[in-house]
Design a protein around this ligand. Structure first.
Ligand code: AMP
Length: 393
């Protein structure tokens, strides 16, 4: 972790933000330079055609436009295909979802009655995984379902009666469904923990342990995490058997993201500055980060009043409302999506033009997560961080 990148801490009752000191705020400035860090692009060892997977799956992968495996896919798929436990140290944007879906779809199509449980930290990530699954599994005759909190539990109970091959959910709701006897894990031989470090951060540890504890011990476990702390090591030690550990190192911030600050002088008009920026033509798909759910909601409302096509995404909104806001943003009906850190985590939104940190992140890690929403898939992006000058820096 970078210097000063620890957890936000409380000082005089106020939550300290990352970037309040000169040394920290210099981290918000980094001109994107188009120079390759490596000698060239990653050269995978395999092509999708080399993997021991069915023709139908190969066709669906090609139909999604994937030409070559990403590093995590290249390294993890062969091991997962032969049933080995895998630890993938990789973050969103590396192609980790397909790294576990491809071998597990192969498994489900070749082993009768095989079922897979996927645990993910947020509703949005679960929905995204299911969408990706639907693309890869098109025409294969099995399905997946999403079991997340914040959505009505009734339809999820009904969907589980059909015994879908993939159940993708957040730990809290999965546990709830188990306690209601709607979900019985005895038929599940495979489990994926996606963004395990985030699940720990979000306080899901007890639910995760409960769920894993009820599964049979001779199972296949795939485990993904962006970071490897003590708690993560402990979980791996407790629940995986001789895993292959694959680490996909990425730079902490993307070289495709131009990072700069917007200084707000003492007594300056922060909101007015945001409106001016958002009115600019290039700012057509902007993710704006606020610190609290309430602040995010208010900012979206004020922006709408100022004539900006804005919507919000945070934990107080229902699952449906969050999905609608996300869809409107993806389709370009909304040009500014105002989000909290938790709600935006793991979201894959193509072609975000700008990330604006209207409120400072709590930690450097949160900053890296935020700006990772732009400059993806080799497109250039810009990250702007509002820095309020308190003492005339
Ligand atoms: P993930 O890290 O799983 O969230 O994936 C990030 C993005 O990369 C998603 O939009 C995927 O659809 C895309 N992606 C994953 N694997 C590949 C691949 N081999 N080729 C092209 N795009 C990919």
């Amino acid at each position: 972790m970078a210097p000063g990148g620890g957890r936000g801490f409380s000082r005089g009752g106020r939550q300290r933000s990352f970037g309040e000191t000169e040394a920290e705020f210099s981290k918000f400035i980094n001109k994107a330079v188009i120079t390759e860090e490596q000698a060239g692009p990653y050269v995978p060892e395999h092509r999708f055609n080399d993997f021991a997977i069915g023709e139908h799956l190969k066709k669906n992968i090609a139909a999604k436009g994937y030409e070559l495996p990403t590093p995590i896919q290249d390294k993890a798929i062969p091991h997962a295909l032969v049933g080995q436990d895998v630890v993938g140290l990789a973050e969103t944007g590396t192609g980790k979802t397909a790294a576990f879906l491809i071998p597990l779809i192969e498994k489900v199509t070749t082993k009768r009655g095989e079922r897979v449980l996927v645990m993910a930290p947020t509703r949005e990530l679960a929905v995204q995984i299911e969408k990706e699954l639907a693309g890869f599994a098109r025409g294969m005759g099995f399905r997946g379902m999403v079991a997340v909190g914040g959505a009505n539990i009734g339809p999820q109970i009904t969907a589980l009666r059909h015994e879908p091959a993939f159940v993708i959910g957040t730990p809290g709701r999965l546990k709830d469904l188990m306690e209601r006897r709607a979900l019985n894990l005895s038929g599940f031989g495979t489990v994926v923990l996606d963004e395990a470090d985030r699940m720990l951060d979000m306080g899901f540890i007890d639910d995760m342990r409960f769920i894993l504890g009820t599964m049979r011990t001779e199972r296949h476990t795939l485990f993904f995490s962006a970071t490897m702390g003590k708690d993560i090591e402990k979980l791996i030690g407790d629940f995986l058997v001789n895993p292959v550990i694959i680490s996909v190192k990425t730079r902490d911030t993307s070289k495709n993201v131009d990072q700069d600050i917007v200084r707000i002088p003492r007594g300056g008009d922060k909101f007015g500055t945001l409106v001016e920026l958002l009115a600019g033509q290039a700012f057509n798909k902007v993710l704006v980060f606020g610190r609290t759910k309430h602040g995010v909601e208010r900012l979206a409302r004020d922006l709408k009043r100022a004539g900006i096509k804005a919507d919000s995404i945070h934990g107080d909104k229902t699952h449906g409302a969050r999905q609608r806001a996300l869809a409107a943003f993806k389709e370009g009906k909304v040009s500014a999506l105002i989000a909290t850190d938790v709600a935006a985590r793991g979201l894959d939104i193509p072609a975000v033009s700008h990330v604006i940190n209207y409120d400072l992140p709590s930690t450097y890690e949160d900053y890296v997560h935020r700006i990772g929403r732009t400059g993806r898939a080799d497109m250039k992006g810009q990250a702007l961080t509002f820095v309020e000058e308190r003492f005339g820096r």
